[in-house]
Structure formats: C-alpha cells, structure tokens
Design a protein around this ligand. Structure first.
Ligand code: GAR
Length: 205
C-alpha cells in the first residue's frame, strides 16, 4: 500500500517535528511519509531540522499576503504540489479558517500543550499555556493531540497524556517536562494512527 503523504506545519524550534522525523527513521510511522515541512516563519529552526533530514521545505509567512484567503491559497498550492493527504500542526502558530480545514476533514491534527479543555483556545499557545496552568495552580497538566476544525483547539480528541506539575516549576521547566513526557511521544503515535486510517481509506477507493 502507498504511504500517506504528510505535511508538517511549523513556526518555531521544531522539537515536535524532530520527534516525528526521528520516529519516521526508527520505523515508528510505517503508514506515512513526511513529504513537506511548511513554516510560517523564515527564521524557524524547524527548517534546519527539515533540511538536515532531506525533507523539502516551503516558507509561507501570513504577513506576506494581503488576506487570510490569499495566505491559505498559497498553503493549498504548496500542498497540491506535493500531493499531501494529511497535515500535522507541530507548533504552527497561525489559525486556519473553516474554509481551509473543511478541505481536510479528520486529516489535520494538532498538538496542544495542555489537557484540553483546560488552557486552550485563542491566546493559549506556546509558553502562555504553561504560564496559565501555573498561575491557576493545577497539579496535573499534559498534552493533547486533536483533529483540527474551524474552532481553535475544538476538534475531536485523539490522544492525551497527563504530566505532573512540581513545586517550583517555571513555565520553561514545565514546558520541557510536558514535551519530554507527553508531546514527543503522543504526536508520532497519533500521526501513525491517522496515517494508517487514511492509507486504508485510500486503498478501498
Ligand atoms: C509545543 O509545545 C506545542 O505543543 C505548542 O508549541 C510548542 C512548539 O514547540 N503548540 C501550541 O501551543 C499550539 N496551540 P516546537 O516548535 O519545539 O515543536
């Protein structure tokens, strides 16, 4: 069977992209292949990680386009050019419209660094999520992989993993623990789950 063609969308450091690339090399994503890394920022270190792994890259900064429509049209062109069937948002900091997400129903997944429905939705991204968790005083946080629809962090949940908050944690320390103990494990697992389902759907057409 043909492998599901995957694009990973990034904006920053790309440690989750690295976890996916490492999982792919280790044979842990047998149903999919990362064929494109698309970054919303030209300076994202994630681009270096992609290049080192020999994966084609595209840079698409939203501010370079006069409207969200024009930005998303450019995204779709890049995806078409690489025959992408599935999208993984791995620290992608732009919100995608319903017009975009409905083109890939249950074929876009996102990793979020909290246990949804806590600390999610608009304004909750990156370190802000961990700042909010610490200031609320929760004793357990974690990560969630969910399908992406038109509601920010609102799609159906695929996988979650809890992570302990420890006394004295700073947002940075907590972020690192959530990445190590949850995100870098969950995202490759969820990617394989969805890639396998898509592969089977395509084979039965
Ligand atoms: C990760 O913690 C990811 O969960 C989070 O941004 C970080 C990106 O790190 N995503 C969100 O907050 C999305 N709402 P990375 O670039 O090293 O993978």
């Amino acid at each position: 069977m043909l492998k599901t063609r995957i694009a990973v969308f990034v904006s920053g450091g790309g440690t989750n992209l690295q976890a996916l690339l490492d999982a792919q090399s280790a044979g842990a994503i047998p149903s999919g292949e990362i064929v494109l890394v698309l970054s919303s920022s030209a300076s994202a270190y994630a681009l270096t990680r992609a290049k080192e792994a020999g994966v084609p890259t595209v840079v698409c900064p939203p501010k370079d386009f006069f409207s969200r429509d024009a930005f998303e049209t450019a995204l779709l062109e890049a995806l078409d050019a690489h025959h992408v069937q599935m999208i993984v948002l791995a620290g992608f900091m732009s919100i995608l419209s319903g017009a975009f997400t409905t083109r890939f129903p249950e074929r876009i997944i996102n990793i979020h660094p909290s246990l949804i429905p806590a600390f999610c939705g608009s304004g909750f991204y990156g370190l802000h999520v961990h700042e909010a968790a610490l200031s609320y005083g929760v004793k357990v946080t974690g990560a969630t992989v969910h399908y992406v629809n038109e509601i920010p962090d609102g799609g159906k949940i695929l996988l979650q993993k809890a992570v302990e908050v420890r006394p004295g944690d700073t947002p940075e320390v907590l972020q690192r623990r959530v990445m190590e103990q949850a995100e870098w494990l969950l995202l490759p697992q969820a990617t394989e789950l969805v890639a396998k389902r898509i592969q089977e759907e395509e084979a039965s057409l």
